[in-house]
Design a protein around this ligand. Sequence first.
Ligand SMILES: [Zn+2]
Length: 310
Amino acid sequence: MKITTKEPNTDRLHRFTFENLPIRGQWVRLTQTVAAANAVRSYPTEINHLLSQMFAAAALFADNLKFEGAVALQSRGQGKLIRTLAECREQKFLRGIAHLSEDKPAPKQADNLCAWFENGQLALSLVPPEGSQQAPYQGFVPLEQPTLALNLETYLKNSEQISSRLFLANTDESVTGLIIQRLPSKDGATEINAAADEEAWHTIVTLAETISDTELVTLEPSELLIRLFAEFPCRIHPPRELGYKCTCSRDKSDRTLRMLAPAEIKSLLDELGSIDVDCEFCGTRYSYDAVDVDQLHRTHANAPDNGPVQ
Ligand SMILES: [Zn+2]
């Protein structure tokens, strides 16, 4: 393993593997995604950090999938934080949002995640791409521990039977995630080999736990792996670039507008002169004046799948 020069400041994820050991890991750092999410809405620091960590976790989970669908982490709760969503599509496109109650005060224990959620639930959804034979999956993550990383570790242990250590840390401008996972020993491994694998895993976990948040958010992955695991030969794979990208479009906005009753649209046009449909994920505004609305209804009425023209 050699130290590389500083890498460009783009959102990226690296896998790494320990030579001759059934242990894998991934590292991810997101800066532009964090900036993009915060450009749409401003969040309290704790929620900025939580949403950023959800992006990092979604990216790490998506990278492990064998298909290019979507991974979504969603929360619902009864506290100040009503709901959150962070999704990673095609293993590289991220978007997300957090909704906060305007009526409720921020919790006193602001650094405890559970206090923001209040009887909350976190769900992990895996959505295969359209046309795939694979069935979608949704698992629920009990929210019993104060940090997202601890809750997700417990989830991975219980649902996938994989021992994992997950570390997530923020600056206000970025999030960095590191996960290491113990894979099964090779088929046909002798008891002695399996015991050696297990011992190496425990040593690697102990070493990983020495990382500080400051090191996690500042070191490049090559530096970090040397800092933590110098005695274990380790190979870093080329980066996967990620970025904030929305799925909204004029067409989807048209469909949203068509769901409103014509009388309601007319009243809005009379009152405002135009109607704006804002995408809550990316802030893109789709505006409609009377001519656009008229065109929208004509196009819709003439659409072949719209049944008989009235
Ligand atoms: Zn959008």
